[in-house]
Design a protein around this ligand. Structure first.
Ligand code: NI
Length: 163
């Protein structure tokens, strides 16, 4: 297990358009393992490669339904809207309200380069959109409707369940 250092807002790595992952080799598999370990250790639900300083289109997500690895992901369909709380391991101590699609369909590749397609709804869809944004140098604070106060971060925010 190798825990990688998560870069924080202000680091250039978070502001780059990442390159396509071309090789599906041991080096990628080590990156995926390290990213998952780093995400779980930090108690996160998603992590994108640029957050550990690797400018490739690779992300991992686990919203409690198991680990999902996305290589070169693209959103090919989106439906509806949801408005809710979001945070980021690269922006510690802050949260905001962000509007996202309620449902997205994603086309990507798995760790062996095979094409995959998945549909995500609710919080999973939110996580997918958040991580894919990272691959284009976009951080949620760029598009939040508003930032939560420290009291709101601790407590319940009514917007949470809006759809
Ligand atoms: Ni993030």
């Amino acid at each position: 297990m190798a825990i990688r250092k998560i870069v924080e807002l202000g680091d250039d790595a978070l502001r780059q358009v990442c390159r396509k992952q071309e090789k599906f080799d041991l080096r990628l598999w080590i990156l995926l393992k390290d990213m998952a370990d780093t995400m779980y250790r930090a108690d996160g639900v998603g992590l994108a490669a640029p957050q550990v300083g690797i400018l490739r289109r690779v992300a991992v997500i686990d919203v409690g339904e198991g680990l999902v690895e996305l290589i070169n992901p693209e959103i090919i369909d989106r439906e509806g809207e949801q408005c809710g709380r979001e945070g980021c391991l690269s922006v510690p101590g802050r949260q905001g309200i962000v509007t996202r699609p309620r449902k997205v369909t994603v086309r990507a590749q798995d760790r062996k380069g095979r094409p995959i397609e998945l549909t995500a709804e609710g919080f999973f869809a939110r996580a997918v959109c958040h991580e894919l944004d990272h691959l284009d140098g976009v951080v949620y604070v760029d598009k939040m409707d508003r930032e939560l106060t420290p009291e709101e971060i601790e407590g319940h925010v009514p917007e949470d369940d809006y759809e």
